[in-house]
Design a protein around this ligand. Structure first.
Ligand code: FAD
Length: 363
């Protein structure tokens, strides 16, 4: 019996598990290690805090998924990795051995710049913790206070979270601090303009540049101080510490370096996919869209690797569809150079997101 260990319940692993449930891996014991029975779907989290969805509509039951795939679930986190010994050490103190390992643990938010912040600090990852912190922040507003708020991070997640926060805390002043990359770096100018318009319409102050916490408050690179009571951090993806210590070859940003099959460059019995990996051919940026699309190829390559067959390269599409929720049941769409917005874009996003979640209910 071969041992396949899936570390993390990220997007690609969800898809792979669904395939293994439909077409079991012969002679293989599958183990999923993840800290939580529920995997929260990031694409619906802005809609969740804007009040469009309940939490239970935005999550996938990984316990049911691994059971359907005939595998076992270990509710724990990897604390370290010994690729030579083929072993994952767990935060609880135990360890799990493997013949083949696949890592899909996403990325972490770099909160170090804000360690000196004296207000409430909410990091978007891990998402379950973010939702708890959000509920606490919301409870303070329900009591009649209007906290001064900032969202840090000018990417798609930062924009969606700023708009969702503005909708919920409609009496609170709110700034979106974009960081060095500016607003929606990598998106077309037209998408950026549509986002700027929507942020202005919803009363979000756009602040360019980098913020850090100095003497308890937020300070911009030019020395300006922002008076805030809470900050939501949605910037600075960084790899998990144990990945850095693992001995796997990493890319210059510290993510696991993989080839076009999503196999580690240094350890062929280790695969990595989603935000935790860096393709050496530079073919991927970090996004849920790519992590989802890589899922079927990962499943095929794990199957092929176990059977000693040839693997399939994953070719990401040149353009991907991104739909940014504006929290008022409209959305902004981006596809390559194209940009569009309106209620129909939200309807499309809502349909795609609900369909993604429902796809796991059916097993
Ligand atoms: C608010 C928000 C909205 C977003 N919206 C979009 C969008 O609309 N479209 C899009 O393409 N992208 C979007 N993104 C980006 C997207 O969330 C990420 O690119 C995507 O989640 C990456 O998927 P993944 O498979 O790498 O890992 P993740 O989805 O992050 O999953 C990682 C899993 O690994 C587990 N894990 C973590 N550490 C460990 C450990 N040490 N041991 C075991 N398990 C561990 C976690 O608990 C989790 O289950 C959004 C991000 C945010 C924050």
């Amino acid at each position: 019996m071969k041992r396949l260990v899936l570390l993390g319940a990220g997007h690609a692993h969800l898809i792979a598990l669904r395939q293994f449930a439909r077409h079991p891996l012969p002679g293989t014991e599958v183990t999923l290690i993840t800290p939580d029975r529920w995997q929260y779907y990031s694409g619906m989290i802005p809609g969740c805090i804007a009040g469009h969805y309940g939490i239970e509509q935005c999550r996938i039951d990984v316990a049911a998924l691994i059971a359907a795939a005939g595998g076992q679930l270990v509710l724990d986190s990897a604390f370290s990795l010994s690729p030579q010994q083929r072993q994952v050490e767990l935060a609880s103190g135990g360890s799990v051995g493997y013949d083949l390992l696949s890592i899909d643990i996403g990325s972490q938010v770099d909160t170090q710049l804000f360690s000196d912040y004296s207000g409430q600090r909410l990091s978007i990852r891990p998402i379950d913790r973010f939702l708890q912190d959000w509920n606490q922040l919301y409870a303070s507003a329900v009591k009649g206070r209007s906290p001064r708020l900032a969202v840090v991070g000018g990417g798609a997640a930062g924009v969606e979270l700023a708009l969702a926060t503005a909708r919920t805390f409609d009496r609170s002043p709110l700034s979106l601090i974009t960081g060095d990359g500016g607003l929606l770096d990598g998106f077309s100018g037209r998408v950026r303009r549509l986002a700027e318009l929507e942020l202005a319409r919803q009363g979000v102050a756009l602040v360019s540049g980098r913020a850090t916490a100095v003497n308890g408050s937020l300070q911009l690179a030019d020395g300006r101080r922002l008076k805030t009571d809470a900050v939501i951090i949605a910037s600075g993806a960084r790899p998990a510490d144990f990945v850095k210590r693992s001995g796997l070859v990493l890319n210059p940003q510290g993510f696991i370096a993989v080839d076009e099959y999503h196999r580690s460059l240094s350890h062929p019995h280790v695969f990595a996919v989603g935000d935790t990996c860096g393709r050496v051919d530079g073919a991927l940026n970090r996004s849920g869209v790519h992590a989802v699309r890589a899922g079927p190829v990962l499943a095929a390559n794990l199957r092929a690797s176990l059977a000693g067959h040839a693997m399939t390269p994953f070719h990401p599409r040149r353009h991907s569809l991104y739909l940014l929720s504006c929290a008022n049941q409209t959305a902004i769409g981006s596809y390559g150079p194209l940009a569009f917005s309106g209620a129909w874009v939200w309807t499309l996003k809502d349909w795609i997101d609900r369909r993604f979640i429902a796809g796991f209910d059916r097993g």
